[in-house]
Design a protein around this ligand. Structure first.
Ligand SMILES: Cc1cc2nc3c(=O)[nH]c(=O)nc-3n(C[C@H](O)[C@H](O)[C@H](O)COP(=O)(O)OP(=O)(O)OC[C@H]3O[C@@H](n4cnc5c(N)ncnc54)[C@H](O)[C@@H]3O)c2cc1C
Length: 363
């Protein structure tokens, strides 16, 4: 039996795990390299909508995801004085049934996909990429911790918005577009649930949105989005301090209660600047970027996880149809780019409108 071509995938997030699933269907073997010690926790819920619903169905994940989906009833938006501005039903905005969106915790989605991977897929946790170089149509890579060497036919950088693979092979500083906002996301035990007057409550004040929502298993999530020009917020070591500082001025008791609860619980929030990744090409030779590493859409447009799954599907199908890897990568990019452009344009214009409104209020 001929040896299967091998993909070395850096990052076992939504893009990396989905790629391993689809590459298996294309007759490839995958080795995943993940920096964390296990499938990473996310602390936030994602809406899976649009074309990702078809990908989910083809991966046979629909029933499981429908079972674990969070059923938000409505979102109440309040101003900083606690006065209701608007309330809307989740399904009115996100649709329902097979075409509607599924609200899934990031780590639940990653766990469900990882459970569907074949035994031939290897995941190396607590590991990162060491030296890597191309030799003809192969890539030779060394892993940093174990020193293991791997010969691969394709290296996939699925290591998120702050991609190490991207910084090695592309001009990393030129491709980041900062939208002028930062965010923090985490989840805590829901001892404060009684304070929520709905399954999801959004406090809106100029330049600030603080969203508190219920998860399953008596947990509560906090998501804060604020106007900020810091572009490297992910580098700050004390992330909870950033959350405290960012929410200090809101003066909303429900928000400060949840923040102080998160503080006491010792959780590590996801904190970063809102940046998009713009690259003229997502592959170089036998190195391909996938998901946020290639084209982060930001949480404003949503669909980053959904499009990472769609991208993996297209990649798998192209690699199945084409023995010529370069042709498969070119076809993958050509098919995916229009949708990515549309979603990035949406993020860009939504951030610009929010900034313009804030400026008007400040004048
Ligand atoms: C608050 C918030 C809300 C969101 N809401 C939605 C939504 O409603 N719908 C939606 O579709 N998307 C949403 N998104 C976007 C979505 O989370 C991302 O687009 C998606 O997770 C991208 O998947 P990824 O696999 O490319 O990157 P990630 O999920 O970031 O995974 C990258 C993986 O690579 C690992 N890694 C990083 N660096 C290295 C390294 N050097 N070596 C080895 N491993 C490494 C990380 O530990 C991680 O496991 C949201 C994002 C946020 C932050």
């Amino acid at each position: 039996m001929a040896t299967k071509p091998t993909a070395l995938i850096i990052g076992a997030g939504i893009a990396g795990l989905s790629a391993a699933w689809w590459l298996d269907k294309a007759g490839w073997k995958s080795i995943l390299v993940e920096r964390s010690s296990a499938i990473r926790d996310g602390g936030y819920v994602m809406s899976l909508a649009g074309p990702s619903r078809s990908t989910i169905n083809q991966m046979g994940l629909r029933e499981t995801l429908e079972e674990i989906a969070i059923k938000f009833e409505e979102n109440i938006i309040l101003d900083k004085n606690g006065h209701e501005v608007i309330r809307f039903g989740y399904e009115d905005v996100h649709g329902s049934g097979p075409e509607g969106s599924l609200a899934i915790c990031r780590h639940d989605l990653a766990r469900v996909i990882s459970q569907q991977l074949p035994d031939s897929t290897v995941i190396r946790f607590n590991e990162t990429l060491g030296d890597v170089h191309e030799e003809g149509d192969k890539i030779k890579a060394t892993l940093k911790t174990s020193g293991e060497t791997i010969e691969a036919d394709l290296v996939i950088g699925a290591d998120g918005v702050r991609s190490d693979v991207r910084s090695r092979f592309w001009n990393d500083t030129d491709c980041l577009e900062h939208l002028g906002y930062s965010y923090a996301a985490y989840d805590v035990e829901a001892t404060t649930t009684s304070m929520l007057t709905s399954t999801c409550v959004t406090y809106n004040s100029p330049g600030h949105a603080d969203i508190l929502y219920e998860l399953k298993n008596k947990r509560l999530a906090g998501l804060h989005l604020w106007r900020d020009d810091v572009v490297q917020l992910n580098d700050r070591s004390d992330r909870m301090k950033t959350v405290r500082e960012a929410t200090a001025g809101t003066g909303i008791k429900a928000v400060s209660d949840v923040v102080s609860q998160a503080d006491k619980s010792g959780c590590t929030p996801v904190v970063d600047s809102l940046i998009m990744v713009n690259l003229p090409q997502w592959s170089k030779g036998r190195v391909l970027l996938l998901g946020d590493a290639a084209h982060c859409l930001t949480l404003i447009s949503g669909q980053g996880a959904g499009m990472a799954m769609v991208s993996a599907e297209i990649l798998g199908k192209e690699l199945k149809a084409n023995k010529d890897v370069a042709q498969a990568l070119a076809n993958h990019e050509k098919r995916l780019r229009p949708a990515i452009k549309r979603l990035q344009d949406r993020s860009r214009s939504m951030a610009a409108v929010a900034k313009a409104e804030l400026k008007l209020l400040e004048e």
